[in-house]
Each structure stands twice: as C-alpha cells, then as structure tokens.
Design a protein around this ligand. Structure first.
Ligand code: SF4
Ligand code: SF4
Ligand code: SF4
Ligand code: FES
Length: 353
C-alpha cells in the first residue's frame, strides 16, 4: 500500500507501523522506548506524528499504516512536544555527555542535537542513585536512565532471564535487579542484552572503558562467534586494530541465527584476540621444552606421530574429535582425513557430547 510521509509517497506493508514504514523509507522519527527487538512500549512519546484528519498527536510506534494515510513527522507542534520530552528527561537525570560512555551513540543526545537543545531549560531536583559497579562486565548508571523499559522487556521477554524489573513508585521508580540487589549479586547471567538495547548511557559495557576506547570511535566488523555451533553474528568493534567490545549484529536480526542477541561468551569472551600471551606460532617440544617452530616443521612432526602410531598399533589406535566451532566443510575434510587417509572410523564431534 501507499502512504504519504512528509509529502513523500512511501511503500508500506499491511501490519507495519508508521514508524516502521518511515524508517524503511529512510525518514527519521526518534523513538526512545520502541526498539525493533522489544517492540512498542508507549512510554516516551518521542515518536509522535500528525495524521491528516485525526485529532491530537499519534504515537507512530503503535500506529498501524492505512492505505492513503497522510502523515507529518516534522511540524512546529511535534517539535515542541519532542523538545519538552527531551528537556524533561535531560533535566531529571544526571547527564554529563562529555565523559559519558554513550557519548556519540546515545539516542537521547541525538534527539537533543536534532532538536537544537543546547542545555535543558528546566531544573528538576531528582534523587541521585549510586553507581552499580558490581557486575564483571556491565556498569549501571541509573541516574542516566530514561525509564524507557527496553532493558526490562529484553531481559524478561527476549533472553527470558527475568532479572530486571521496574520497582518503587513515583519519582523513586527505577529499574532494579531481582529484589533490588546490585547486579553483581543478582541472578544476571551477563548476556548484555540490556546494554545492547539501552538507548542511553545508563547501561554500558566495561570493556571499552577499560581499554580507553570511546565506543563512538570504534568501528564494527561483522564476524561469526568462534565459541559454539550456533554461529551467532557479532559486530566486533575495534579501534586502531585493537579489540574494543562486541555487540550482536542487529541488521536483519530476524534472519540471524542469534536473532540479534548474544550469550556471555560471545559478548565478553572475545578480548583474547589481542591478548599479549596469545599463541601466535606453532610450538613443538624439544628436549622437554615447547619452542617456536614453522608450520612445516610442526605439521611434519604431527604426520610422523600419526605414521608411527599407525605402524606400531594399527589405525584404530588413533581417534579424532572434531568441533562445532569450525565449518561443515572443515568437518567433512576432517572426516575424510580420518577415514580415507588414516583408515579409522574413530571420529566423533563435540556437538554429540
Ligand atoms: S546518557 Fe546520553 S544524554 Fe545522558 S550523559 Fe550520556 S550521552 Fe549524554
Ligand atoms: S545482562 Fe542479560 S541477564 Fe543480566 S540483566 Fe541484562 S539482559 Fe538480564
Ligand atoms: S536502563 Fe536503559 S534501557 Fe533500561 S529503562 Fe533505563 S534507559 Fe531504558
Ligand atoms: S517510541 Fe513510541 S512511545 Fe516511545
């Protein structure tokens, strides 16, 4: 179907929201509580638009498209509502963009920039909340939380770990872990999905901070997680060839094996890539000591070992264990090597364990 957004004719699919259709057409509508993975929440009203023939502003993240509808996303009335929302959020929290880990990738900061807000025009005395530094990989700065609810939805319904929830009332309302315990003492499994969806600097990864790499400076490379056979797609962020942090690859997330999510290993376990003690050359044992060798020397040593065992004890004295961490093609080649070259059917795979 066709709808009109800001004077442009836009293709839309039945079941899409106005926000989805606008984004697919490259039209920017801010959305602080909606995230494609956590769905609509109706909390922030940042996404409001005007619809011809309808009274009041409508939340585009919850508004289904209709054939022929005419939508405006950028009028003085919409601007003034968005300005008020952003000014309230900035005034209520304790925001310090210069030193914030989310600087440059923060959706609230983006909104403030696009709306031309230099500094919030309001002053609200809010209750300061202590920093939660207790978890190994995640820093929680609740003073920057905008109560969008994305992290709660992600933890409850996405990864179904059910750690995060809203607690307390009125101006004391905030996101807590379990029965309001520090994250490090909670049942959190450190999957980091809450960080992945948080639009601001309220939940951040410690790894880039520890490496003194600001997230906006790092660039992503799409890689496949090396840890298990699921094949999760990861955006590995690096700066100057140094590892910074990892995020699930979110583009086309519904078609990815990991659906835009990661486990603790994929999220936090990839910093070995630039570990100083990482094995970078083959090692062979000489006089009881492991010493560096060329690949030719190491492979000759392995071949000689196989040959000797096979001659002395027969091919079935050798067994092969392959891995879900390598490709199907590599597993196939390994199987052919065991059966056709060595002559044994002693071959198994870690996925069966
Ligand atoms: S969360 Fe966003 S708006 Fe708040 S201090 Fe950090 S960068 Fe600035
Ligand atoms: S890291 Fe994972 S388990 Fe822990 S609070 Fe966040 S989403 Fe929940
Ligand atoms: S911590 Fe982040 S994702 Fe969670 S409610 Fe606050 S701003 Fe939203
Ligand atoms: S993004 Fe639509 S109400 Fe928050």
């Amino acid at each position: 179907m066709k709808i009109t957004i800001d004077g442009r004719s836009v293709d839309a699919q039945p079941g899409q929201t106005v926000l989805d259709a606008a984004r697919a057409a490259g039209i920017w509508i801010p959305a602080l509580c909606y995230h494609p993975k956590t769905g609509k929440a109706g909390r922030c009203r940042a996404c409001v638009v005007e619809v011809e023939g309808q009274r009041g502003l409508k939340e585009s993240c919850a508004l289904p498209v209709r054939e022929g509808m005419v939508v405006r996303t950028d009028t003085p009335r919409i601007h003034s509502v968005r300005r008020m929302i952003v000014e309230l959020l900035l005034s209520e929290g304790h925001h310090n963009c210069i030193s914030c880990q989310a600087n440059g990738i923060c959706e609230l900061q983006d909104m403030a920039y696009h709306l031309g807000i230099d500094r919030p025009g309001l002053r609200i005395d809010s209750h300061p909340t202590p920093l939660d530094d207790s978890s190994p990989g995640i820093l929680r700065e609740s003073d920057k939380c905008i109560h969008c609810g994305r992290c709660v939805a992600a933890c409850q319904n996405g990864v179904v770990n059910q750690v995060l929830a809203f607690a307390h009332r009125g101006s004391h309302a905030r996101v807590v872990c379990d029965d309001d315990v520090p994250m490090g003492q909670s049942s959190c499994v450190q999957c980091g999905e809450c960080v992945q969806v948080c639009p601001v600097g309220a939940l951040t990864l410690k790894q880039p901070r520890e490496r003194k790499i600001r997230p906006y400076e790092a660039r992503p490379t799409k890689v496949t997680c090396p840890y298990c056979g699921v094949g999760c797609q990861i955006d590995l962020y690096t700066k100057d060839n140094r590892y910074a942090y990892a995020m699930a690859h979110e583009q086309d997330w519904q078609e990815q094996p990991n659906q835009g999510m990661l486990c603790v290993k994929g999220r936090f376990g990839l910093d070995f890539v630039d570990a100083p003690d990482r094995l970078r050359h083959p090692l062979v044992r000489k006089n009881g000591e492991l010493v560096e060798a060329s690949w030719d020397e190491a492979l000759d040593r392995v071949a000689a070992g196989f040959k000797e065992i096979k001659e002395k004890h027969g091919p079935d004295a050798i067994g092969f264990l392959t891995s879900a961490k390598v490709t199907n093609e590599e597993n196939y080649a390994f199987s052919r090597f065991a059966r056709a070259v060595i002559g044994t059917n002693n071959i198994d795979h870690c996925a069966r364990l």
